[in-house]
Ligand binder design. Structure first.
Ligand code: SAM
Length: 290
């Protein structure tokens, strides 16, 4: 069986991410399939998920469930912080994270560092609902570079850093390294917070353990919060949280509600109540945090 047979049988795309456990999505219509020097990019249509983006045959985002992921990685740190002027997004080439961050009008500077400009170009064409024009926002500075190199080399700081990465395979591996996290910690302004895509703990426990072990040495307050996102199979997805402001995590509900109303956000997954509840961890996830 060739590598391609292995990932596609009778018009079904098969994700090959875990030992002994795979998810399959029917390819109703293949819209894009190309190999860049960094990774293989595909977009296809599926009756349940709408348009589906895969990189190196790992599901990245889908039209129907992307709001859950993007709202929870963007609004939780921004509304917990309450006075965000600058945001750094690492990865996130599909533009969904940028769209959610840009909805906060008080933010004056948004830097996005994406390693593969072709992801951005094709996402604008095939998944325009994700960025919804956010790449044209004058507050956005787009840097095409390795995110790990960017945080290692520059000196300016950010109130919020959002790591919207692939899995720790290929170019995404650098975004799970101790050196990268240490550089991010250095690039956080006083009272700043970093959030990270940390995989599905049921199948990717090591991602949580490794990130939380690194955060333990870097931040006064570190933990995970979770959301359930159907395309990331295997249960709740974990997001890493690291900050030196120990009060951010415990921001009172009334404060979150006031900030949410003031921003006039209309969200489909995020609510201030879900924000608070997302930090309540099942024991099997809590036990992964050192
Ligand atoms: N939500 C997705 C998930 O959980 O699988 C992540 C999607 S987003 C499309 C991931 C992005 O990270 C991709 O556009 C990829 O090109 C980018 N990326 C991977 N490694 C990177 C690196 N070292 N520096 C900057 N961007 C990177």
């Amino acid at each position: 069986m060739s590598a391609d047979d292995d990932i596609e049988i009778d018009g079904w795309w098969i994700e090959n991410l875990h030992d002994g456990y795979r998810q399959m999505l029917k390819i109703d219509r293949l819209l894009y399939d190309s190999k860049t020097d960094k990774q293989r990019i595909r977009v296809f249509e599926n009756a349940t998920f709408g348009r589906v983006l895969t990189l190196d045959d790992i599901l990245q985002t889908t039209e129907r469930d992307e709001f859950m992921y993007h709202e929870m990685l963007a609004h939780v740190p921004i509304l917990a912080h309450g006075a965000v002027h600058s945001v750094l997004i690492i990865g996130g080439g599909d533009g969904g994270m940028l769209r959610e961050v840009a909805r906060h009008k008080a933010i004056g500077r948004i830097v996005q560092v994406e390693i593969d400009e072709q992801v951005i170009a094709f996402a604008k064409e095939y998944l325009p609902m994700l960025s919804a024009g956010a790449f044209d926002d004058p507050r956005v500075e787009l840097v095409i570079s390795d995110g790990a190199k960017y945080v290692a080399e520059a000196d300016d700081t950010f109130d919020v850093i959002i790591v919207d990465s692939t899995d720790p395979i290929g170019p995404g591996a650098a975004l799970f390294s101790d050196a990268f996290y240490a550089d991010c910690a250095r690039r956080l302004a006083d009272g700043g917070v970093i959030v990270t895509q940390n995989g599905v703990p049921f199948t990717q426990a090591d991602e949580v353990i490794n990130t939380m072990t690194a955060f333990k040495g870097l931040f006064a307050d570190y933990t995970c919060y979770t959301a359930c996102i159907p395309g990331y199979a295997g249960g709740q997805m974990a997001f890493g949280w690291g900050t030196n402001d120990e009060e951010l995590r415990a921001t009172p509900l009334e404060v979150l509600q006031r900030r949410y109303r003031a921003e006039n956000l209309s969200t489909r997954y995020y609510t201030p109540e879900v924000h608070q509840a997302a930090f309540a961890l099942p024991r099997y996830i809590k036990d992964l945090i050192p």
